[in-house]
Every structure is written in C-alpha cells, then in structure tokens.
Design a protein around this ligand. Sequence first.
Ligand SMILES: [Ca+2]
Ligand SMILES: [Ca+2]
Ligand SMILES: [Ca+2]
Ligand SMILES: [Ca+2]
Length: 359
Amino acid sequence: MKRSTFCSDFRRGDRYLVLPVRQMTLMRRSMLVTAAAVGSLAAGSTGAALESDVSSLDRTNRSGSVVDDLAVGSATVPASVQSEVRSRQPNGRIVYQAYVNRVPEIYAIRPNGSGRQRLTHSTIYSNSPAWAPAGHRIAFSRNDDGHDGEIVTMKADGSGLEQITHNSNLDIYPAWSPFGRRIVYACWDGNDFEICTIKRDGTERRRLTHNTVDDNHAEWSPTGNRIAFDASDGSDQEIYTIRPNGEGKRQVTENTTDDFGPSYSPSGERIAYGGVHRTGGDEIFVKRLDGGDRRRVTYNARDTGAPSWSPNGKRIAYMEYFANQSDIYTIKVSGGGRHRVTNTRQIEDLPDWGVRSTR
Ligand SMILES: [Ca+2]
Ligand SMILES: [Ca+2]
Ligand SMILES: [Ca+2]
Ligand SMILES: [Ca+2]
C-alpha cells in the first residue's frame, strides 16, 4: 500500500505534529535554521541537588520499590501514594490538537463526543497536549513563529498559562511524571531530538539521551521508574524505555518496520503504540513490557496512530487519518467497540485521555 506523505511524516520526530505538508516543509527548514543556534541543553549543567536526587533514585530502583520522579529529597513514595498510582482511575475528558485556519489549537472533549471545548485561541501554534495526573492542568507546546517551541501549561479551562522552558530550540511533546512534579518532552539539540525532563518550575532540566537520531514521544511510566519513547535504530523506528536518570536503556520492539508513539497502560505493565502491519498500513498494537508478541488492536484500511490508554484501563483513544483529514476514535483494548469521538473536516490528532478531575 502506498503510504501518504502525511502519515510517513506522522511517524517521525517533528512529524508527530501532523502538520500539513507545506507547513511541514517550513518546519523542517526552520529546524535547519535552528540547527545553527545550538541550544543550552547539551551544555546545561546538572546541579548538585539533581545529582543527589539521581543517586537516591538509583538506590530506590535497586531496592525494587516504586520510585518518585526525581523529586527533591524524596526518593521513596509512601505506600498510600503507590496504591493510588497503581489503581485505575475514572475516565475524564480527552484533550487533543485540531487545526483552525492551518494553525493547531488545543481542544477537549468527552469520550462520548459531547462537550467539545476549544481551550486555546490564538494564531500561535499550540500542539501536543497532555493532561496532568490529577486532571487539573494541561501541558502542551507553543510556538509563535514556527521557529521555536516552548513547553507551557494551562488550567483545564485554558486559563492560567505558565511557561516551563525558555530557550531558542524546539521543545515539544510533553508528558507528566506520575506525581506531576516533572515534565518529560522532546528537546531539539541542534541536530536531532533528545529526551529531556524538567521540573514544573522550569529548573533542573536534564537530558536523558545523547545520540544522532530523533528520540521523541516520551511518556512516563505510571510507577515513575521508566520513560518510554520512540527512536530510530538506524533503519526504522523502535520503542525504547530508559530510567529517568538516563541510564538502563532497553529496546521494547524489534523488527524492520516503524514503531512509534508509546502509551502506558494504567498498571505500567503494557504499552500501546502505532506500528506498521505487514499489509503496509499503520495500526495500533499492544505489547507487554516483560516480553511476548505484540497484539493488534485496530483493523482498518486507514492510517492509524497516536494511542492514549484510558485511565480506567479499558479503552484506547487514537487517531484515524482518511480523506485528507483525521478524527479521534476510541476502541477497546481487546479490539472491537470502535467509537468515533470527533466528526469534523478538521485534522484532529494527538489525543491524551485524562482522569476525571475532582477539583
Ligand atoms: Ca524552546
Ligand atoms: Ca537524539
Ligand atoms: Ca521497528
Ligand atoms: Ca476531523
């Protein structure tokens, strides 16, 4: 099957923005410009406090307990919090990006398709949204000219914008640590994307990967001790996990076709991700992190990707691209019960399924 430019763009690096082709060309060009201005990431210092946190994290990891996300002075998480994190939570709204006059904006919608709400209103690119663990804030990437992007957060109603990163390189595709203290994201290092984390107050930025391929689409495991992401193995995309201190990288998928966009199950035992089926189309797959074969979830002739596991563990939100636009769907983890959430002529993509907020 001949794959559209759109979807081959979709899989890699900045391509996850799912920009229309012309905008993608502009973006790639801007990245080349950006490449000349090496950001401070590579040279960024890791302070003594952070190093001490990382040491604590190492110790806690070896003891086998659930670890926190590089929280200052707190290496061990209370048992009450552990069980809270491990338990499934009620499903809330799905946040996603949709194009308005060729500019991506952030929307939220109930999983049944009702209550659609636009949360950003500007000519500034707002993309790749992610719910905070408690469902009270949304992180996303915002860039005002297509040449740069910063990680920002806002309240669930779109107010209270806070800027987290401040630099001249593209920062995109954020995801929260399980306790909301840090954000993991893709940071452009001048040549390619790397995985970075940063504290909620914009301090203690840490770079986890150092290589020459695009590392992107990171997600923190619900237990806090691993981060999943996708990267090229030299020929095609694979899913990897790494510890939050940048050590212990493991390869999760191993084949000769692209695998991309991982999303953890609430227990952290499985991931959903986009992959290429042998028929040539992109489908959603689920795989246990302790091994075993992948299991196919979607069966359609459309290019399909960007899965996000529901907080109650039963369904997966994802996007289907067809007829020059895309919509958000959900499907049971076991496959079947496919439900259309958005139904517009817009390109709608990158769903992130949040918990039902109690605030
Ligand atoms: Ca930036
Ligand atoms: Ca890289
Ligand atoms: Ca692969
Ligand atoms: Ca649509």
